[in-house]
Structure formats: structure tokens, C-alpha cells
Design a protein around this ligand. Structure first.
Ligand code: NAP
Ligand code: MG
Length: 489
């Protein structure tokens, strides 16, 4: 059985460029596939938070002024170091999060890719000269880094969701204090080890572990933090917006309740493949997971039949021992309980379970948070599976008769993160992509997010963007310099 040594980072904080023994109380971290304690985090104390903010403010004065090329080089070095150590970093992630090792490694490599993308963007932060109302003036619109960023992140993608904020901050010239999820702190500390190896200026990056309601909230309220970059639930995002005691820049990447529409012109096999991947990957614990599927009535039964077979074929296992399993355990008891609750609610209200519906049995599954990928058919919007974010390996399916009905059902949600369509008829494709009220629409594929296009939600799914040029802009203030030079006046 593979085990991972975390003794070098257990109980540590990363402040001012050094790993320090945290002075606060210890909180156990579990391997969710085995139910075993793998290490402890220290709850960052108020004094430690103050000292981290102070070091970030001091570092900002230097880091914001070094040439962009220096920051770019640092990001490229960081990307190389992360890629070179992807296997060990992936083991750390799997041991705290539960996803299969190969998936974790893929995520680490995407973090490395993000470092290189933002390394390239760092030297392409342009300003503008804009026309004036009189001769003799020049208006320069320039970008200046916002300052100290507080990043608060969830447990489902412990490397990428830290990484996008980290890389954008580094590229822009901001400094960053990272409060990782309580369930997955060690991936963030492993990233901090790479920051140190890359020789990034002390104080530019800190990692502060502990409870969101205490350490996260302290960053939200701290007068020395200029921006909060948050990824997590809509409830906590709204709480942050409401509880922020001063005017502060906020980016909020929040929950989703993402629909897939499969029209009668769709390639059914491609739609089944996409639905299987995007409903169940990472045990459905993805903000852009497919939660609900609307299928044209003409192909409803065929789709259900193939989809149930594909879900039943997915392999599940302990992610460290079975690196190539399709899915691992869930990250904790909470999302598993919510999945069971949504399943029971759907069954009570008349849905048919056509795949899964239970935990896998046998050796290796006794102590972990495992559940079979589950499909419920004939769903209605009275069921939680269709109207709330499950964040688990459960998806609801319903038939539709007209495209207008499908679009209306898809938009019948307070969320607006990602949506998916499988169709081959061009008119259907255009109609749906115009009508879907979502920040992302993926058509005939299920990968809505790529590194160089903006990624963000609407409505209760958040404000602001990550990825792409737009994501980097979230870390800048604009400054208008109106200069009178007198030439031509
Ligand atoms: P969560 O409960 O909202 O927690 C997210 C982070 O906020 C954690 O670090 C948490 O700390 C912290 N936190 C909790 N209360 C806080 C407070 N009062 N002040 C400041 N920080 C606080 O979300 P989660 O359960 O970890 O993640 C699942 C959710 O994230 C889902 O809704 C999912 O859709 C969303 N998500 C969105 C995206 C996106 O890009 N839009 C991506 C991934 C996930 P603790 O760990 O200590 O609780
Ligand atoms: Mg939570």
C-alpha cells in the first residue's frame, strides 16, 4: 500500500519565505479513501496572520516594481519545478483529496502550464494611449497591481484553484496570502515548497492554514488585504461579500448547477461519452460538473440505455493504489451525505435509478467515502437533483419536446457558470448558444475551461474571471494619467 510522508509540512505555515511551526491548535487531515489521519494543520493565529500580511505588504513594494521579465522568469522557473516534481505532488494531493493519482498528476501538470501561461502574459501587460478632447494632451491608461491578495480556495481542485490566483498575482506584481481548504492544505504547502525553490522573493507568497470561518474571515476583514480572490460555495461567497467591512476588490468563483442539452441531431455516442466524463469525473465534485441533462424525447431511451452502461463501466478505487481508476473516493463525509440526500429526494418524488445508487462493496471500500456513479431518470425541477448543486456523483435526466423548452429548463436556476450542448444542426447550436445564460457554453465537448479564454460565472455563480487576459486584469487597477505637453496646442 502506497503511503505518503507529510512530516516536513505537517503543522507548518509558510510566512515571509520560510516554513514555520504554527503556534495555533492542530486540526487533523484525513485520507478520505482510507479514513486515516495523515497529518495536522496548524490553525493560523491572529498574530501570525498580522505578521504574514505585514510581510506581504513589505514584499509588494519590491515585487510590484521589479521588471515584468523578472516576474515572468520566476513563473517559468516555478512551472518547471512543479512539472519536475509532479508525481510526488500528486501523491500528496491524492492522499488528502481522494482523486486517483493520474488525475492528480494531470492537475499538477495543468498548474505548471498555468505558471508558463502567466509567465508569458506577465511581459504583455500593455497600456493604452487614448484620444483627448483637446490638442496638447496625452492620456495614458496604465495598469498597476492591486496590492495584497487574500486567496481562499476549496478542496475539489487543490492545485489549480490555488494556482490560477497565485500565477495571476505573481504576473501582475501582487503579493498573495493563500488560505487553502481545511481538507486539502498539503497541496498548497507543497506548492509553497516550489515557490521557495524557485527563489521567489520572501513574503510574495504565504500559506496560512486553518478554518475558513476564522482564518479566511480574518483575511476578508483585514485592512492590509486589498483584494479577496475566492473560489467556493455561493453561500460562503455571499457571506464574504456581506461581511467585508471595507471597500475591497472581490472576485468570486462560486457554485454551479450546470445543464447539458442533447438535441435530436446530436451524435448520441459522443454525448454519452461527454456526459459520463463531466458528470462523474472527480466524483462530480466540480463546479462545472453536469448536474442535469435534458434529452430530446426522440432519443431519450437510447441515450439513457447507453449512459447507464457507460456509468456502470467506470472503475472506482483508492487513488494511491489504483492510479488509473476512473474515480476515487469523495473528499469527505459531507458531499457524500448530500449526494445520498439528493438521491433519496429524487427517488421519493418518482425518479428512476438507472445506474449506481449505492456504495461499492468489498475490500478497500470499507473506510472511505465511496459511492457508485448514479443516474436518475424522469426527473423534474421539483427534485433537488435538478434544482440544487449536488457536488457528487449523481446526475438527473429528463426528456424535452422543443428547443425553447430545453433552453428554458436549462436557464431555470439561480446559477450561471457552465452549460453544455450536444447537437449537429447548426441552427440548434446557434439558438442554444445564444439563449443559454451562462459564462461558459461548451458545444460538442465538455471542457468549458481552457487557459487562454476567460472563465467565470453569472448570477449566483459569481463575479469576475480567471484564465486568459481577462483573468489577469482582475489583479490590476487602471490609472489614467492625463498629461499636458503642449505640442500642437
Ligand atoms: P466552501 O465551503 O465555500 O469553502 C471554500 C473556502 O472558503 C474554504 O477554504 C473554506 O475554508 C473557506 N471559508 C469557509 N467559510 C469562510 C468564511 N466565513 N470566510 C472566509 N472563508 C471561508 O466551498 P467548498 O465546500 O470548499 O467547495 C465546494 C464549492 O466550491 C461548490 O459550491 C463549488 O461549486 C464551488 N467551486 C466553484 C468553482 C468555480 O470556479 N466557480 C470551482 C470549484 C469549486 P474551510 O475549508 O476551512 O471550510
Ligand atoms: Mg465547506
Amino acid at each position: 500500500m502506497t503511503n505518503v510522508d507529510l512530516s516536513h509540512i505537517s503543522g507548518k505555515l509558510f510566512i515571509g519565505g520560510a516554513f514555520v511551526e504554527g503556534r495555533g491548535e492542530r486540526i487533523d487531515v484525513l485520507n478520505p479513501a482510507r479514513g486515516e489521519v495523515i497529518g495536522q494543520i496548524a490553525a493560523t493565529t491572529a498574530e501570525e496572520i498580522d505578521s504574514a500580511v505585514e510581510s506581504a505588504r513589505a514584499a509588494f513594494r519590491t515585487w510590484s516594481r521589479v521588471p515584468a521579465k523578472t516576474r515572468s522568469n520566476a513563473l517559468h522557473r516555478l512551472g518547471d519545478l512543479i512539472a519536475a516534481d509532479a508525481h510526488r505532488m500528486a501523491q500528496i494531493m491524492t492522499s488528502e483529496q481522494g482523486k486517483p493519482l493520474n488525475e492528480a498528476k494531470g492537475e499538477i501538470l495543468k498548474l505548471a502550464e498555468a505558471c508558463h501561461f502567466y509567465g508569458e502574459e506577465a511581459v504583455r501587460v500593455f497600456g493604452e494611449i487614448v484620444p483627448n478632447d483637446q490638442n496638447g494632451y496625452q492620456s495614458q491608461v496604465i495598469r498597476e497591481p492591486i496590492g495584497v491578495v487574500g486567496a481562499i480556495t476549496p478542496w475539489n481542485y487543490p492545485a489549480e484553484l490555488v494556482g490560477w490566483k497565485l500565477c495571476a498575482s505573481l504576473a501582475a506584481g501582487c503579493t498573495i496570502l493563500i488560505k487553502p481548504a481545511e481538507l486539502t492544505p498539503f497541496t498548497a504547502l507543497a506548492i509553497a515548497e516550489k515557490v521557495k525553490e524557485a527563489g521567489i522573493l520572501d513574503g510574495v507568497v504565504s500559506v496560512l492554514t486553518g478554518k475558513g470561518s476564522i482564518v479566511g474571515q480574518a483575511l476578508v476583514e483585514h485592512p492590509g488585504v486589498d483584494k479577496i480572490a475566492f473560489t467556493g460555495s455561493s453561500a460562503v461567497g455571499l457571506h464574504i461579500q456581506r461581511s467585508c467591512p471595507s471597500v475591497k476588490r472581490l472576485s468570486l468563483e462560486l457554485g454551479g448547477n450546470c445543464p447539458l442539452i442533447v438535441t435530436k441531431s446530436a451524435d448520441i455516442d459522443a454525448a454519452v461519452k461527454g456526459a459520463t466524463r463531466r458528470s462523474f469525473r472527480n466524483m462530480g465534485q466540480i463546479c462545472i460538473a453536469i448536474n442535469r441533462i435534458y434529452v430530446a424525447r426522440e432519443i431519450y431511451d437510447t441515450f439513457l440505455d447507453k449512459f447507464a452502461k457507460a456509468a456502470d463501466a467506470l472503475t472506482i478505487g483508492d487513488g494511491l493504489n489504483n492510479p488509473a481508476a476512473d474515480i476515487g473516493s469523495m473528499a469527505s463525509a459531507d458531499p457524500l451525505a448530500k449526494t445520498r440526500d439528493h438521491l433519496a429526494d429524487a427517488s421519493d418524488k418518482g425518479a428512476r435509478v438507472i445506474a449506481g445508487g449505492r456504495a461499492p462493496e468489498g475490500a478497500g471500500f470499507e473506510n472511505g467515502f465511496f459511492f457508485r456513479p448514479t443516474i436518475v431518470a424522469d426527473c423534474t425541477h421539483e427534485m433537488k437533483v435538478m434544482s440544487e448543486e449536488t457536488f457528487g456523483p449523481l446526475v438527473g435526466v429528463a426528456p424535452f419536446d422543443t428547443l425553447e423548452e430545453a433552453a428554458a429548463l436549462a436557464n431555470d436556476t439561480p446559477y450561471g457558470l457552465a452549460s453544455y450542448v450536444f447537437a449537429r444542426d447548426l441552427q440548434e447550436i446557434y439558438q442554444l448558444s445564444a439563449e443559454l445564460d451562462y459564462g461558459n457554453v461548451a458545444i460538442n465537448n465538455v471542457d468549458a475551461g481552457i487557459m487562454n479564454a476567460p472563465y467565470g460565472g453569472r448570477k449566483q455563480s459569481g463575479i469576475g474571471y480567471e484564465h486568459g487576459r481577462e483573468g489577469l486584469l482582475e489583479y490590476f487597477n487602471f490609472k489614467h494619467v492625463r498629461l499636458f505637453h503642449g505640442v500642437g496646442a
